[in-house]
Each structure stands twice: as C-alpha cells, then as structure tokens.
Design a protein around this ligand. Structure first.
Ligand code: HAM
Length: 419
C-alpha cells in the first residue's frame, strides 16, 4: 500500500525549507523592532470558541471546521485561525487590560476543510500579530506598516494594500438594513449563498465572487460614497487612518467589497493582495476587532491584528526568484578515500563542527569524482580530500570549490582558513 499525505495538506520539503526559514527570520526581526512578543497556543481548542468569535454563519465555522468529539466527549476543533485562541489565552492568563498595550505575534499551522486549489490548503501556516489596548487609528496604521515592511524586507514591492471600514455596533445594523432595502428587488436573481447572507449578514453579499451578484452590487457600491454609511466615530477613525498611512507613504486602495470572512471585525479591514497569485491572491488579511475581548467575557479592550499566509508568501517569493530554493549552507565537505582515511575523517568532521564550522562527509565509500559531485550539489565551499598519501604525510588536500583550485595544508590550517 502506498501512503500519501491527506488531500489539501502538503509536505514542506528540505529544498523549500530554507525559504520558510528566511521568511520566519525576516518576520521575527520586524516583530522585535515593533516590540511584539511571541505567544504559542495549542493547535486544538474548544469548538465553541470559533463559533462565537468567527461567527456561526461564516464559511469557516459552518462548513470548514475540523471538529470532532474527543474521548472525553468534548467538542474540539483544529484551530482554523489564530485570533480567537489568542484572545482566549490573553484572558486566561490576564495578559491584557484597557490600561496597557499588549502586542503579540505567532507562527503556526491552521486548518480549514476547504476545497483545495492553488494557494488554498486544508492545513496551511500563518504568521500573525495581535495588538490589544488602543482604539487609536495609529495602531491600525502600525499593523499595516508592519505587514508592508515585512514584504519590503523580503524584496516584495509589487503588492497592493486594500482598505475598508465595516463600521461598528452603532452603524453596521443601519447599513445592513440599507443594504437589505437596496437588494430586496434583486435578491431573486442572486446565488443561493447570497440568499442566506441576505438573511444573516447582508454585508457579506458585497464579497460574493459570482458575476451576476457582483453586477447587482456594483450599482449599489456606486451609489454609496467611500464611507457615508459609517457613523461619525467610524468615519473619523477611517479618515485619520487614511491620513496616517498617507503621511507614512503607505500606498493603499479603498475596496468597499473588503468585508472579510470573519464576523469579529469592526471599523478597519485590510488585505495585502498579490497580482502574481491566482484566484487566492490575498497574502495577508487583518483588521480591527474592538468587541471580541468583551464578547469573550473580558472588559472592553480594543484590538487590531493581521495574519499572513505563509504558503502564499513562499509562492510569491518563488515566482519572483526562480533560484529562491536556497541551497543548504555547508562550509566543509570531507571526502575520505579508503578505510583508514574514513576513521580520520570522522575525527576531523567532529573537530570542524566543534570549531563552529558546518561540515559533513561521505558515508557511502564513493569514488572521489562522485564525492565532489555531492559536495557541489549541497553547495559546499571547501572539500577536504583525505587519502593514504595525505595520511602518511599528516596533511590534507583542501579544494576551494569556487576558485576550482586545491592545495596541501594541515588540518589546523583548514580550520583557521574556514573560520
Ligand atoms: P484570514 O483572511 O482568514 O484572516 O487569513 C489570513 C491569511 O491566511 C489569508 O490572507 C491567506 O493568505 C491565508 N489563508 C487563509 N486560508 C488559507 C488556506 N486555506 N490556504 C492557504 N492560506 C490561507 C485570519 O485568519 C485572521 N485571524 C487574521 C487576523 C488577525 N485578523 C485580525 N488579527
């Protein structure tokens, strides 16, 4: 029987892993600069957590959860996203209050039972941040700037930031009723999903990708101005955010369809979009969620955050640079020729590693030509060749793979040279 990974789940192979490490290192560096601290939460949570936070009627909760009953008869779920678990952890461990700012980041796998396609997996990885304790639009701007500067550090500049405001408890119900009124005469022509959205969450109709539904909503979107459905407070927040982003020279595009697929958002929503990806073109999604902490039983602590999809980011980096599959970085490869040389090679290998040099050797008794081929394939800088002659003279042959030259020196000189 041949085993295969589950549908929608993929192995990250050694040739791709250095790219993941590069991204993780770039993110960690930025998080430190922006004063965010790492948090790690379990992969499994209570199902109820996401039903409450993300919303019962969202696709994530109604169709895509990996939920099951455990041996203790508890309803548990493989987390579909990171925000709800972090709010849960913050409340459980008293990490947040309205008097202080708490800034956290996380890396990890998420699970959604979606229909797999390019850029959409059932297990995928997110790197995200959550900032608690301020309703100031400057904090929204900081999170957007943080995302943009991670992409910039990775050499990605042709990305677009889409921005919107979905309002708050105050203005959102008014906008929902306005939308329902607008759509009343058209709903019969719209898709089945939009029928459900019409009843449960009409704003999500704006996000429908079906052409017939989009044609209908196009007209509505033209009628409403950039933010004239917002209350004075939300409008003020949105205007201030835009002017901070302008002053920081962050380019963005207002996208009134950007309502996001999770129900906890209030005011700001944003996504970073890449034109080089296909239909699944959002590489980062985020926004403000001022009611979630209170909904979870905490005090009223406003919050904002984002998550980047790692698989999509890796894909963009690969498209940008065909050589992005980085080679392992071995400094020294030891090529022993014969039994006696092999035992000396084991000793030299250990000494080189103890001296802080990344090193490896042949364990398959290969011929010199084959060993040099391997050294080349793993990107070794130097090859130490060791045969009977060298053993007798107590020297080694050191081959510089880039310069294509070699010389006879002592092992101590090899260490000094490489260090
Ligand atoms: P989200 O938009 O659902 O937001 O996911 C964020 C990012 O994760 C997406 O932009 C995408 O790059 C990636 N992603 C989502 N689903 C998949 C999938 N099936 N396969 C591959 N990549 C995927 C959230 O999860 C929010 N928790 C973000 C947030 C944090 N909002 C506030 N704080």
């Amino acid at each position: 029987m041949k085993y295969q990974s589950l549908r929608g789940m993929k192995d990250i192979l050694p040739e791709e892993a250095p790219l993941w490490q590069k991204i993780e290192a770039a993110c960690s560096k930025k998080f430190q600069q922006f004063n965010y601290q790492e948090i790690r939460t379990p992969i499994m949570e209570m199902t109820e957590l996401f039903a409450r936070a993300v919303g019962q009627s969202t696709d994530i909760v109604s169709k895509e959860m990996y939920s099951f009953t455990d041996k203790g008869n508890r309803n548990v779920v493989l987390r579909p996203e990171g925000t709800a678990p972090i709010v849960r952890a913050c409340l459980e461990h008293n990490l947040i209050s309205k008097d202080k700012i708490t800034k956290l980041y996380y890396f990890g796998p998420m699970f959604r039972y979606e229909r797999p396609q390019a850029g959409r997996y059932r297990q995928f990885h997110q790197v995200g941040i959550e900032a608690f304790g301020s309703a100031d639009p400057a904090l929204d701007a900081e999170t957007i700037l943080l995302a943009v500067s991670i992409f910039k550090d990775l050499g990605l500049t042709d990305l677009e930031v889409d921005l919107n405001s979905v309002g708050c408890k105050e203005c959102r119900p008014r906008f929902d009723s306005r939308l329902r009124a607008y759509l009343k005469g058209f709903i019969v022509q719209m898709c089945e999903d939009c029928h459900i959205r019409y009843k449960k969450n009409p704003l999500r109709i704006l996000d429908c990708k079906k052409p017939t539904c989009q044609n209908i909503t196009n007209e509505i979107l033209q009628k409403i101005g950039d933010s004239d459905y917002l209350c004075a407070d939300c409008k003020d927040h949105f205007e201030k955010l835009k002017s901070i982003l302008d002053s920081l020279s962050v380019n963005y595009k207002i996208n009134k369809r950007l309502v996001r697929g999770l129900d906890y958002y209030t005011k700001t929503t944003y996504e970073v979009i890449s034109s080089s990806l296909g239909a699944q073109n959002a590489v980062c999604g985020g926004g403000r969620y001022d009611n979630l902490v209170e909904d979870f039983g905490g005090s009223s602590v406003p919050a904002v955050g984002f998550a980047i999809g790692m698989e999509r980011l890796v894909e963009i980096m690969k498209l940008k640079d065909q050589n992005a599959k980085l080679k392992a970085n071995v400094q020294l490869y030891i090529a022993p020729l014969g039994e006696e040389a092999k035992s000396k090679a084991v000793e030299y290998l250990q000494k080189a590693r103890e001296a802080g040099i990344s090193a490896d050797m042949d364990y398959q008794d290969k011929k010199l030509k084959a060993q040099l081929k391997i050294a080349n394939a793993i990107g070794a800088k130097y090859v130490l060749i060791l045969g009977d002659d060298e053993l007798k003279k107590n020297i080694v042959v050191l081959r510089d793979m880039q310069a294509n030259s070699q010389e006879e020196i002592t092992f101590e000189e090899v260490l000094a040279r490489i260090r």
